[in-house]
Design a binder for this molecule. Structure first.
Ligand code: AKB
Length: 319
């Protein structure tokens, strides 16, 4: 991995992944791909090349790959679960037609491709606790449908054409840099912002609803390490369960309250988000990722909470 195109570079994962790759591969071209209206700014703009890279325009992607001699594509363009439910046709267009364009360019030019899947690729019939790597995937949301299809299409291009496709199923991702937009797990980020600012948090997910979550540094580590993994050890490719913590809003609020005792939370459950959350697993089994490419997360709920509070206080200039 030397010359990398990050599609969706200004989003929650892309903004941090692009910077990490630029730090780790200073000799390479790490191109920040974006769509008009979501231009890179500040250090993301100044620290390397950026290009308009709309997944729906295969010709545009092909010319970026040629211009920068791209060997690896991180495809982070997606509508998250709650937004995809409101705009299912657009979600299909971006997630499926977009992926097909990327895989075709990768097949022609010999690029490796990472397209994340998600806990959203599972559905209500999936075993909820210690969800196995290989199990029932019958999601009910459009987001989930596109994620299962993403896994299948990526594996198809690997088996049929030898395209080096690999990925992980991300849990809800928590970060203090860029806010997520339109996901079911977004509450687990927003709660920290409210707590640090001294605001009451109105929680859209019900008490008792558990979901897998992960701190962004671990998510970035997973995204990079899977692409460096020894291919001869990989039994699976698209996509690996990865996990680090699982909690419901009560556990998270109690953890925050143990650091910020005055923190207040009340519930106003969003029926659509709650229905999606209920259909997802509580806790994934990530033993295949651990066995096949030595995956191991660094953060648990305690260390993430400490780091989130310190980082957000710094970001907002709060003592
Ligand atoms: C979402 O909530 O839609 C995403 C996800 C779990 O894939 N964060």
């Amino acid at each position: 991995m030397k010359n990398v195109l990050v599609i969706g570079s200004t989003g929650q994962i892309g903004s941090e992944l692009t910077m990490k790759l630029r730090r780790e591969i200073p000799e390479g071209n790490i191109v920040a791909g974006y769509i008009p209206g979501a231009e890179p700014k500040g250090v993301l703009l100044e620290s390397g090349p950026s290009e308009i890279a709309d997944v729906r325009d295969g010709q545009q992607l092909s010319s970026i790959v040629d211009r920068y001699k791209i060997d690896t594509i991180y495809n982070l363009a997606a509508l998250l679960s709650a937004v995809a439910e409101k705009k299912p046709l657009l979600a299909w267009d971006i997630q499926m037609n977009g992926l097909l364009n990327i895989l075709e360019v990768a097949r022609e030019k010999g690029c490796a491709v990472f397209t994340p899947s998600s806990i959203g690729s599972f559905g209500p019939e999936t075993p909820k606790v210690n969800t196995p790597q290989d199990t029932i995937q019958r999601p009910r949301s459009m987001y989930g449908v596109t994620k299962v299809a993403t896994e299948l299409l990526s594996d198809y291009y690997y088996h049929k054409y030898g395209v080096d496709t690999r990925s992980v199923r991300f849990p809800g991702l928590i970060s203090n840099v860029t806010l997520p937009g339109g996901g079911t797990t977004d509450y687990a980020v927003e709660i920290y912002y409210a707590a640090v600012k001294g605001e009451e948090f109105v929680c859209p997910i019900a008490a008792g609803t558990f979901m897998d979550m992960m701190y962004m540094p671990d998510a970035l580590k997973a995204a990079v390490e899977i692409m460096h993994a020894d291919p001869s050890r990989l039994i699976h490719r698209n996509s690996f369960n990865v996990a680090s913590m699982s909690f419901d809003p009560e556990i998270l609020a109690a953890k925050i309250r143990s650091r910020i005792p005055e923190f207040r939370m009340r519930y106003e459950v969003d029926p659509m988000r709650e229905e999606i959350a209920q259909s997802w697993p509580d806790k994934l089994d990530d033993s295949c990722a651990r066995a096949e490419w030595d995956w191991a997360p660094s953060y648990d709920l305690d260390s993430m909470t400490d780091d989130m509070i310190v980082s957000l206080r710094k970001k907002f200039g709060i003592e």
